[in-house]
Design a binder for this molecule. Structure first.
Ligand SMILES: [Zn+2]
Length: 230
């Protein structure tokens, strides 16, 4: 008798204990589950609201309030201009920026002396325009367009646009043609009647490279002016 009773008692005790454990488990689970459901619902509602708002005309109208954002041309010419400021040329600082068809920058450069394997290149080469190999910078300087092409981050720059702060010279025009550049946007041009400049225009024309003068207008103008004064 006693073992049976004990056994029954033991069973009863266990089932009671299980019952109370289940109650505890239920009481602790419910709020947690409830909380999850509430947060999930509110998140979903939030997303739905965001999606709905982004497609309504009122949201589109609100976007027009951001009048200070700049156009692509301004953005890329701005990158070319800020790159030019790295140049140590005492007379002409030029910057260039190569952009692919997805509006991604794939190369930047500025005019400077060759530097691969040359320590203190800025003082070892001359910066004057005087004749003689020890004085004439034109014999050594790498132009911004050349550096942008060499520094390219993409193996293929076919059909890219090159933004430059100065109309490309004939040497850079040759490089651009051979790299597959299809459009050039320039900021300034030196009004010179030289064979080199004529050759540059002729080269770009022969290769059907589209040439566009950057239009100085809009809210970027003040930034350009500020950068040019640096
Ligand atoms: Zn050049």
């Amino acid at each position: 008798m006693s073992p049976k009773r004990n056994g029954n008692r033991a069973v009863n005790k266990t089932s009671k204990a299980n019952g109370s454990l289940r109650k505890i488990a239920k009481s602790t689970k419910r709020p947690a589950a409830g909380k999850r459901t509430v947060s999930k619902t509110s998140k979903t509602k939030g997303l739905e609201t965001m999606i709905a708002e982004s497609t309504t005309p009122s949201a589109a109208a609100d976007k027009t309030k951001h009048t200070r954002n700049i156009a692509w041309d301004q953005y890329f010419m701005g990158v070319a201009l800020i790159s030019a400021k790295r140049s140590k040329d005492p007379n002409t600082q030029v910057g260039a920026c190569i952009v692919n068809s997805k509006k991604r920058i794939v190369g930047v450069g500025y005019n400077g002396m060759p530097d691969k394997g040359i320590l203190h290149n800025d003082v070892k080469f001359p910066w004057t325009k005087e004749p003689g190999y020890q004085k004439n910078k034109h014999l050594y300087v790498c132009h911004a367009e050349m550096n942008a092409i060499i520094n390219k981050m993409d193996a293929d720059i076919q059909d890219c646009t090159l933004y430059t702060t100065l109309y490309p010279c004939h040497e850079c025009s040759k490089l651009m043609i051979q790299s597959g550049i299809k459009k050039v946007v320039y900021l300034d041009i030196k009004d010179r009647d030289t064979d080199e400049d004529a050759a540059s225009r002729f080269l770009l024309q022969m290769a059907n490279i589209k040439i566009k003068k950057y239009q100085r207008k809009g809210n970027m103008e003040s930034l350009i002016e500020a950068l040019e004064k640096l």
